[in-house]
Write a protein that binds this ligand. Sequence first.
Ligand SMILES: [Zn+2]
Length: 279
Amino acid sequence: MRGAVVSLDAAWRDVLSRRAYPAPVRSLLGEAMAAAALLSSTLKFDGRLVLQAQAEAPDAAVRLMVVECDARLGLRATAKLGDSAAGRDGGGLAELLGGGRLVITLDPPDGQVAYQGVVDLEGADLAQALQAYMAKSEQIDTRFVLAADDRRAVGCLVQRLPGHGAAAALWEDASLIARTMSPEELLGLAPHEAVRRLYHAYDLRIFAERAAAFRCRCSRERVADMLRMLGRAEVDSIVAERGAVSVDCDFCHQSYGFDAIDAARLFLVDAAAGPDTRH
Ligand SMILES: [Zn+2]
């Protein structure tokens, strides 16, 4: 069996400082951020893991939730809210999203094909939805405990290794133990303490801690590429209407402005350089 424990403090508070979410959305987004770090830590993979929960109903309080975690545990997170999110003071995954889909994408470094797993969103909370995902999409028995408050986003994962994994009885036992830890308890303990308390009877091999941080991938160059894809006609029409183009990053809320001259230059570079030089 393998396990992982995550405790995000500054990385999580960085997300909260950039946008005010209603309390139940904060909890859910924090749980998703902890889950992305846990999943990423179990992969031997030099790319990005993207965890998305997409609501089906147009009147869902949370329409879309996206968390990304790179191989160095750089994380960013955002949620797109529906009108019914305002003033919500309770509710978990099932109440906030209703039905929908849970999508996990592994996005390798440039030039390789991404892997994507998609399952229906089911279960009362995100931990249950992820357990169902791991069972259906990856055929790996996994238990999650997730929790978040305004200070920390925490989580614990226990997994039966595929192939020559633990015997059924041993796995049942470890899985039951994980379920005895309440989210509140996990929030109150340091990661090592949580592992030792839960699995003191096991022969544990504890690996070194790794640091996680908030890290956004947005840049002026990426926004410029996106505007080029949108096309000259569209960009020109926005400039004609509003005098400039302004794009805000969904994750860090950095604003990127392109005035009429910047906007014209976007397409000049392309024309002058020719179609082949950007490859
Ligand atoms: Zn950003």
